[in-house]
Write a protein that binds this ligand. Structure first.
Ligand code: SF4
Length: 248
């Protein structure tokens, strides 16, 4: 007599549906692989090049030092506002050596309208001192050195390296780049540092500098935070963001 008659055939664990054996992490990686396909990345970069061929930093400056200070002041502040403040600042303190000797109350008075003026005044005075004493008055040209300067974290360092020295050691991730990288499914990461690492992995290095400038322009003009103007966006066919809109 066949003992198995009437019973459901058993399936060994190794023969179960292969999908059940794929971890959630791998499923996520598979599901995003199409988003990160080289052809799609190339199409996004081409669209950005077409829309913003001359995108560059909007902070007015005449030297790496002025750009460093302007970038520190731009935290939580518009570039337009920073550009209103820096002419007077650099008129009174034209060099790192001069700013290193500035009195904090005087610095605060000049930069007050950029917000967070106490911390920013300490940062730019500290940066001036460091650059004067340790770098001979010249803004360093490497990421490793720049991030030792007070007020200059990776984002600021990447701005200065890219704009002033044409060096791509990273990708600038500000609020616009962070938001749009997510809307375009270029990253799932939750910190600026991790988003930068993701972008460095998927973008060709010769796009690292201009990608950020282009995306920042796109974020200000079209892909705005609260209500993106998707009907005016030349990336629309490449974008599957859940908060796309069809009117503006
Ligand atoms: S389609 Fe809309 S959400 Fe997507 S990138 Fe363009 S403006 Fe932003």
């Amino acid at each position: 007599m066949n003992k198995s008659k009437g019973k459901r055939p058993t399936v060994s664990k190794t023969k179960r549906s292969p999908i059940k054996k794929i971890s959630a992490k791998i499923v996520k990686r598979i599901s995003t692989s199409r988003d990160l396909a080289p052809e799609r990345i190339a199409a996004i970069l081409k669209a950005l090049d077409e829309a913003y061929p001359d995108a560059t930093c909007a902070l007015n400056h005449r030297s790496p030092w002025e750009l460093l200070v302007a970038t520190i002041l731009s935290a939580q502040c518009t570039d337009v506002r920073v550009n209103m403040v820096t002419p007077e600042l650099f008129k009174r303190f034209p060099t790192p050596a001069a700013m290193a000797k500035a009195e904090l109350p005087e610095l605060i008075e000049i930069i007050r309208t950029t917000g967070f003026f106490n911390n920013k005044a300490k940062s730019i005075k500290g940066a001036a001192k460091k650059i004067t004493e340790q770098f001979g008055g010249r803004v360093p040209e490497t990421l490793a050195e720049l991030i030792t300067v007070p007020g200059a974290a990776r984002k600021t360092a990447n701005v200065v390296l890219g704009v002033s020295y044409g060096k791509a050691e990273g990708v600038v991730v500000d609020t616009h780049v962070f938001r749009i990288a997510h809307r375009l499914d270029l990253t799932k990461s939750d910190t600026a540092e991790k988003v930068e690492q993701d972008l460095m992995r998927i973008l060709p290095k010769d796009h690292w500098i201009r990608f950020s400038h282009q995306v920042i322009h796109h974020g200000r003009q079209v892909c705005i935070a609260r209500k993106p103007k998707c009907d005016k966006c030349n990336l629309e066919t490449l974008c599957h963001s859940a908060d796309k809109t069809w009117w503006s």
